[in-house]
Design a protein around this ligand. Structure first.
Ligand SMILES: [Zn+2]
Length: 226
């Protein structure tokens, strides 16, 4: 049976509160309002999510959507994406809050396997005016840029693999956190100056926590008056 294309019930838009694509990818499933929501049910979902995450150029997303007979292959990639997400969640949760050590390499075989599938090429292009503003006057008018060949649905996992490897190698894993909201599973990369971020978002868990703290204060005040 073909997986269904349309949700039987509407979903809220996906969360992009992770402050890093690799964290947003983890948050493509979650239960911020108690009920689990899956934003990567099938291949069409995966294409939508990647485009909304700015991980897939709009033109390429349209191309994948137009190839109707590719849906079957896209659905298989979405399956793979969910598998990758659970592997990555397990890794991120176990290592969150402290710097990674070289020992972690023993766990990164699935990521390296995925990275090896990538297909890049380079192009030389003219820099536009706004790019050139940032460099000195007689510097380059041309630049070399890396592009990905989006030849098959499997390539859709590459920007995710790239983001995960970026977080692992270039970022500070001690700033990887889970939202402090009770039962909230959303994770983020804390880029705040004081590194004191606690919530996935103020709107979902921050306000809830504030309201709970307010109720606790009222109770204390009432006790004090008695
Ligand atoms: Zn939360």
């Amino acid at each position: 049976m073909m997986p269904e294309r349309q949700s039987p019930e509407p979903r809220p838009p996906p969360f992009f509160v992770g402050d890093h694509l690799a964290m947003d990818f983890l948050n493509s499933t979650g239960a911020p309002w108690g009920k689990p929501i899956e934003w990567l049910r099938n291949g069409a979902d995966l294409v939508d999510w990647l485009e909304q995450a700015h991980a897939l150029p709009a033109g390429i997303a349209a191309q994948f959507r137009a190839e109707n007979d590719a849906f079957h292959a896209l659905d298989a990639v979405a399956d793979e994406a969910r598998g990758l997400r659970e592997w990555w969640r397990d890794f991120a949760k176990r290592h969150a809050g402290r710097p990674l050590t070289a020992k972690a390499i023993a766990e990164l075989e699935p990521l390296n396997r995925l990275l090896a599938r990538d297909d890049f090429y380079h192009i030389v292009e003219a820099m536009n005016g706004s790019d050139r503003k940032h460099i000195d006057a007689h510097s380059r008018a041309l630049r070399r840029r890396q592009e990905r060949r989006w030849t098959m649905p499997e390539r859709l996992l590459q920007p995710i693999a790239e983001a995960i490897s970026d977080l692992i190698c270039e970022a500070d894993f001690s700033l990887v956190r889970t939202c402090e909201g009770p039962n909230c599973t959303l994770m983020f990369y804390d880029r705040t100056k004081a590194h004191a971020r606690r919530w996935c978002s103020m709107a979902v868990c921050g306000n809830r926590a504030k309201a709970a703290a307010h109720r606790a204060r009222l109770r204390e005040e009432q006790k004090g008056r008695r």
